[in-house]
Design a binder for this molecule. Structure first.
Ligand SMILES: C[S@@+](CC[C@H](N)C(=O)[O-])C[C@H]1O[C@@H](n2cnc3c(N)ncnc32)[C@H](O)[C@@H]1O
Length: 369
């Protein structure tokens, strides 16, 4: 496994004017509105249609080690920033792939939100602990599941009784909000309004600098390897991305056995500036390669990696992720933001009346927009 040098982050996007997307500029907000809605629906349909895999199918996946590596990165983030009893808001929770991680962190309450009805139903089944793959003990925290577009809905109006949350997580999904300025803002407004002062926002998303660098290195508008490809439209033939138009930069992403839908570039330095407008300050941003090299030095996370088996143990278990999977992991970054302000001196006392310990389909809340 070779460590790649970090690409120059300033190279991909022209430098940012002071408020490139200042309130009222409206870039992408009205323009193509219904087109954006249908893109969001395409994303939802794609994820809804992906059925739960059996354990055997999962182990035979061409990207099994990459999936394990991604789980390790999410586990490290959760373990680093969660305290027992925390109230969690999991935006774009998918099929609930992180429920076990939250349980291990001993959280007190969980709210999961996702746009894909099929995924949120799978999440419910997993939460109830009765999937075919894993008969497991029940989770120890109450939960609530909501099906909606969390970059369009005013979640603060809907979840005001549950707020404030101690931690918000958005794993492999925040880039779906950068189709328009309005959606990117709504995503951050939701997080900011629902987190307590000092609360933490953790996430993972594509690393725009790497994606744009790869695009510029490639001959045409497509690049990839045996497990993924990314394709930009002719609109980007010049491979120029002015900072004054940072939203709606769409590309098609295909990852074997995982993703096949439109995604949007998120220029991180502009994301950081936008987040500051919502009182969210950057604590950490690392490309996955850097993240792995740094946290793999820590014994507790080395042991976790050994148990998850993404990289093998180098002795008996020689199986490890392929060079092509390792290249995919370079396309992603992890981030941590903190909500400004002093944490309250006392925590919320009880989760007794929040959520449920067992969810029926009728308990899934469908929030129209
Ligand atoms: C790659 S999956 C990640 C799922 C989960 N966070 C995980 O790490 O296992 C992306 C998820 O984002 C969800 N998603 C995409 N756009 C969304 C939106 N506008 N609102 C809510 N969820 C969305 C999809 O339905 C899908 O479940």
């Amino acid at each position: 496994m070779n460590k790649r040098p970090r690409d120059d982050p300033s190279s991909s996007f022209a430098s940012a004017p002071k408020r490139p997307y200042g309130a009222g500029s409206g870039y992408g907000a009205q323009q193509g509105y219904s087109e954006e809605r249908s893109s969001a629906r395409r994303v939802a349909d794609h994820y809804s249609a992906r059925s739960n895999q059996t354990l055997e199918e999962r182990e035979n996946s061409p990207i099994i080690h990459l999936k394990k590596l991604n789980n390790w990165i999410k586990s490290v983030l959760i373990q680093l920033y969660t305290r027992p009893g925390d109230c969690v808001l999991d935006l774009a929770c998918g099929k609930g792939g992180d429920l076990i991680k939250w349980d291990k962190a001993k959280v007190g309450y969980y709210v999961g939100v996702d746009i894909a009805e099929g995924s949120i139903k799978d999440c419910m089944t997993r939460y109830n602990g009765d999937t075919d793959q894993q008969r497991r003990k029940k989770f120890s925290f109450p939960a609530r599941l909501i099906c909606t577009d969390c970059y369009e809905a005013r979640l603060d109006e809907y979840l005001y009784e549950d707020a404030p949350f101690d931690i918000c997580s958005c794993q492999f999904a925040l880039h779906y909000s950068w189709s328009t300025e309005a959606r990117a803002r709504q995503a951050l407004a939701n997080v900011s309004a629902l987190l307590r002062p000092g609360g933490i926002f953790i996430g993972t998303m594509p690393d725009a600098n790497v994606i744009i660098k790869r695009l510029r290195e490639s001959e045409g508008l497509e690049f990839g390897n045996s497990v993924y490809w990314i394709s930009f439209s002719e609109e980007y033939a010049e491979k120029k991305f002015p900072a004054s138009r940072p939203f709606g930069i769409k590309y098609k992403f295909h990852l074997e056995d995982a993703v096949d839908c439109p995604e949007w570039v998120v220029p991180f330095h502009l994301f950081k500036l936008l987040a500051e407008e919502y009182d969210l300050e950057l604590v950490l941003m690392k490309n996955f390669h850097e993240f792995v090299h740094e946290y793999l030095q820590k014994p507790e996370f080395t042991e976790l990696m050994r148990r998850l088996g993404a990289l093998g143990d180098g002795r008996h278990d020689q199986s490890t992720l392929s060079q092509d999977e390792w290249e995919v992991s370079y396309l992603y970054l992890a981030f941590v933001l903190r909500k400004r302000g002093q944490p309250p001196s006392q925590r919320r006392s009880s989760n007794a009346n929040r959520g449920k310990m067992f969810l029926n389909e009728g308990d899934i809340e469908f929030l129209g927009i």
